[in-house]
Design a protein around this ligand. Structure first.
Ligand code: MTE
Ligand code: MO
Length: 323
């Protein structure tokens, strides 16, 4: 494992061309202005740091995970401008446009339920023992579009072990922050908030499951779930809950937001499955974001292509019933 210090990282590696030569508005939304990340790009000088909506800081990241896909990642601009984050609004452009007031620091995470160690922890203490790895993962949204994202995160299983879940802990539940004053979609009540999600303990312990803290070597943009979000790449995107403030170990299957909203359409498992269609559309293919106006279509893969790592979790289960 190679861990490079920030000084060894060439800025052009962490600021993909779209940011490096980016538009003023994009930079403002990105919160990159005034962080020094853009020194030399000729853009930072235009910015008034007082207007800076957030701070994306450089992360120390170990690259070259065996779990990464070698598929070409989407640009940071794609990843930051086409989002689902209903706390900020329903349109794909709302999270980027309307998340400027969101404050991802200071942040704390509460761990409770069936574990020996519980409590509320400052985010920095919470993650400190864990190396941050790069994981380039495919992301397949249930709406039949996809991207490739170079996440930076920590192994969820390693974090869980620290809290020593009891033998009664069969599931892990996650909860998103509630801050209507900073999240306009919460003021409009477009879903029942807080957004909640969950995994079985075996799913959470799978080495593919990570808590992401960054993307492209910088801390997560607000629209991507700052400062910490789940990423489970073999499941539809809605399982990868953003801006987490609570992790609970439970004996019973926890409620999940989209299952509560439309139980016939969204189950607890939500594994990517091209053979089980959504009641209102086919899941056989996906539109790949960043491939032009109409978007290139490609076949969707079982478990989003991660069957080798996760199929054994579902052996003997009827995936039409456990959808
Ligand atoms: N709290 C919360 N988490 C969420 C969502 C949301 O609306 N609220 N949307 C989900 C959906 S549907 C998808 S596809 C992914 C999108 O992640 P991205 O915007 O970083 O690509 O986030 C998921 N996590
Ligand atoms: Mo999604």
């Amino acid at each position: 494992m190679i861990i490079r210090k920030p000084a060894d990282i060439n800025p052009s590696e962490i600021t993909p061309e779209s940011v490096f030569h980016g538009r003023r508005e994009f930079l403002r939304r990105a919160g990159l202005a005034g962080t020094g990340l853009l020194a030399g790009s000729g853009c930072a000088a235009e910015e008034d740091p007082a207007e800076d909506p957030g701070t994306l800081s450089k992360l120390e990241v170990a690259s070259g995970s065996p779990y990464s896909t070698d598929a070409e990642p989407n640009s940071l601009e794609d990843i930051m401008s086409y989002n689902n984050f209903y706390e900020f609004g329903l349109d794909k452009s709302d999270p980027a446009r309307l998340s400027g007031d969101f404050r991802p620091r200071p942040w704390s995470v509460t761990v409770d339920g069936e574990a020996e160690l519980t409590g509320t922890f400052d985010l920095d203490d919470f993650i400190r023992p864990h190396p941050i790895e790069e994981r380039v993962y495919r992301l397949r949204c249930v709406e039949a579009w996809s991207m490739v994202v170079p996440w930076n995160g920590i192994a969820l299983g390693d974090l869980i072990k620290r809290f020593k879940p009891t033998s009664r802990a069969k599931y892990v539940a996650f909860e998103t922050v509630v801050r209507p004053e900073e999240m306009p979609g919460q003021r409009r009540g477009v879903l029942d908030f807080p957004y909640v999600e969950g995994l079985t303990m075996a799913e959470a312990m799978n080495p593919l499951s990570i808590l992401a803290l960054g993307v492209y070597g910088v801390s997560l943009p607000n629209q991507n779930g700052a400062p910490i979000r789940l990423v489970v790449p073999w499941k539809y995107g809605f399982k990868s809950i953003k801006s987490i403030v609570r992790i609970s170990f439970t004996e019973k299957e926890p409620p999940t937001t989209w299952n509560l909203a439309a139980p016939r359409e969204y189950g607890f498992y939500a594994n990517v499955n091209p053979e089980v269609n959504h009641p209102r559309w086919s899941q056989a293919k996906e539109r790949t974001i960043g491939t032009g106006f109409f978007g290139e279509k490609k076949p969707t893969l079982m478990f989003n292509g991660y069957g080798e790592q996760v199929a054994s979790l579902y052996e003997g289960m009827d995936l039409r019933k456990f959808y």
